[in-house]
Design a protein around this ligand. Sequence first.
Ligand code: NDP
Ligand code: 2IT
Length: 460
Amino acid sequence: MNTGILSSAVSNEKATQYVQEVYETVVKRNLHESEFHQAVKEILECLTPVFAKQPKYMEAGILERIVEPERMITFRVPWVDDQGKTQVNRGFRVQFNSAIGPYKGGLRFHPSVNASIIKFLGFEQIFKNSLTGQPIGGGKGGSDFNPKGKSDGEIMRFTQSFMTELYRHIGPDTDVPAGDIGVGAREIGYLYGQYKRIRGAYESGVLTGKGIVYGGSLTRTEATGFGCVYFVNEMLKSAGLSFEGKKVVVSGSGNVAIYAIKKATQLGAKVVACSDSNGYIYDENGIDLKTVQRLKEVERKRISDYIIEHPTATYVEGFNKIWSIPCDIALPCATQNEIDEAAAKVLVANGVKAVGEGANMPSTLEAIEVFIQANVLFGPAKAANAGGVAVSALEMAQNSSRFAWTFDEVDDKLQTIMKNIYENSMHAAAEYGCPGNLVVGSNIAGFLKVADAMLAQGII
Ligand code: NDP
Ligand code: 2IT
């Protein structure tokens, strides 16, 4: 299972064999779940030096347990469309690991959602949440429901039906969902309303990403995109660089992409391109974010409409063609596996200096290897996009205290958290023999806290 991510780390035969055996069991037990296999493979390989140095984790079977979700829930979601026809979707919630806190992680509504996607996201979430330094376990959920082209009424009826089953599995101290692809402020509002109605209690902390008027946190909307840029800024600083004057390409045009574009621009960069699942826009004057926000957040239109208002910009059809644009900094903020080996090679050939993953697992294992071999500053997803869930945990803290912080207070905390994640990951990478490798460092730093909690809590 050698992916090439772990070039110089200290390992030994016993640790390598242990990791290999656990990986093979995961593949056998979760047949055809390629995204889940990919996420497990990356993490397990990076952990080999930990088992070599500290066999106690092997002896307690931490790995065998951590790759198996504590619970995986699947359920029917029936709803009636605007034509009066009955529709049925499948709902999921994986409650992966609660060693350090209640399960925490978003909900994704997208037709591609299946058990593999939910499990890869839930598995990543364990280590990401641990990295934030906050007391949150790992979970994820969603549905294969496609929100595109649906009326507000259809979205509400589907979402209410989804919560009518989900409510019995979640709670402020058990499992706290939030948004992800296809689940934003509107969906969280409907989900919260239905939960409150069924439970008959105002449990603010059961969901995060709520509207400000009913218990949401300032800066949560911005947190993932801002946090990703703060993280990349730390990487750039270490190399004596900054965002000032840099040419940036951001994929996607959803929640993460929009606020990554905003912060990168505030720090002096020029963001020349962004995309949706159909194609990308290129504007050499720098993307006009107000137009993108109105098109995607309010009118829910295609990104191609940008050129109607900005005729000097160009639109190119095709999902991941955006990586052929020469840039200094690439921020993939759309979806998994959007940068493959070929795209990574083109980015490197075009002189990319830094890549910050705003999306979850946007680079394939082969693409990551290309970046690492080329000494590109590489910020892996579970570190670079942890700002969203970190501010979600701050939202939970505010809900528990029945108190709200200002935008700047939350933003300051977010900046500190992103800096800590960077430093802790760099430290772990150096300690385990891969200095500067943030993929190895973030996996190890995220793992150790969860593993120690699992050790302390016995075989459960
Ligand atoms: P949104 O739904 O707001 O936006 C998603 C964007 O990515 C849209 O531009 C969408 O295009 C595009 N996209 C989605 N799925 C695909 C696909 N299968 N193929 C091509 N393009 C696609 O989601 P978010 O911005 O919230 O999420 C983006 C990424 O960031 C995801 O990987 C998510 O897991 C991750 N993330 C999100 C966090 C958050 O707080 N929201 C936190 C941490 C990570 P289109 O409009 O055409 O669908
Ligand atoms: O992938 C992620 O970290 C998210 N979608 C955010 C999760 C959260 O609970 O805020």
